[in-house]
Design a protein around this ligand. Structure first.
Ligand code: 2AM
Length: 178
């Protein structure tokens, strides 16, 4: 079995900007530079034949290249259980269009449909018992964070492998945008 997701990689200068934000929150596990990405669609564990089907299905996605900007910060979870801190992705209709096309070909390839709303984000840290005040301070301090615009002209099928330092992500296949 292999754990898969579809996503975008980020330019090196954007990654460096994001990596500079890390630190200062107890209970936060910050993503390393090589872990930063934007998830378009989490797939989960699949067997070999399904992996082949997915690889092929994604090659049918046709979508224009586009520019993306990161602007501000957000979080998942609430005061009782904060789960993740992330950089917000500014609204981009072509990104949403790409995500919808990816969803559509995956469902046609037999992957169960995604029921959750797509919230484009770049996870910066996973949180465990992080003090709400410290997280709020971070969100306020970096509310005006901005990176880009940068060009997105491909997307990737990634595999995810657990390791002691968090997950390791490998590009399995890349798909060019028009
Ligand atoms: P995240 O950025 O919000 O953490 C690879 O693991 C990617 O897939 C991560 O970027 C993560 O999104 C997402 N992911 C991991 N496990 C998931 C799950 N159970 N459901 C949805 N998305 C998941």
């Amino acid at each position: 079995m292999i754990r898969l997701f579809v996503g975008l990689s980020l330019p090196e200068d954007v990654i460096r900007q994001l990596a500079l934000l890390g630190g200062g929150i107890p209970g936060a596990r910050w993503m390393g530079e090589e872990q930063l990405h934007l998830t378009l669609r989490f797939i989960g564990e699949v067997d070999g034949p399904t992996f082949d089907d997915i690889r092929l299905a994604l090659s049918a996605v046709q979508s224009p290249a586009f520019d993306l900007t990161l602007a501000g910060m957000g979080h998942f979870g609430d005061g009782r259980k904060l789960r993740a801190l992330w950089a917000r992705v500014a609204s981009a209709p072509l990104l949403t269009g790409l995500q919808e096309r990816v969803e559509s070909v995956l469902v046609r390839a037999g992957v169960p449909a995604e029921t959750r709303k797509f919230t484009p984000h770049v996870t910066l840290a996973r949180l465990r018992d992080a003090p709400v005040g410290r997280v709020t301070n971070f969100l306020v301090a970096h509310g005006l964070f901005s990176a880009g615009p940068f060009r997105v002209d491909e997307f990737h099928l990634f595999s995810s492998h657990p390791s002691s330092g968090g997950s390791v992500y490998d590009v399995e296949e890349s798909y060019a945008l028009d």
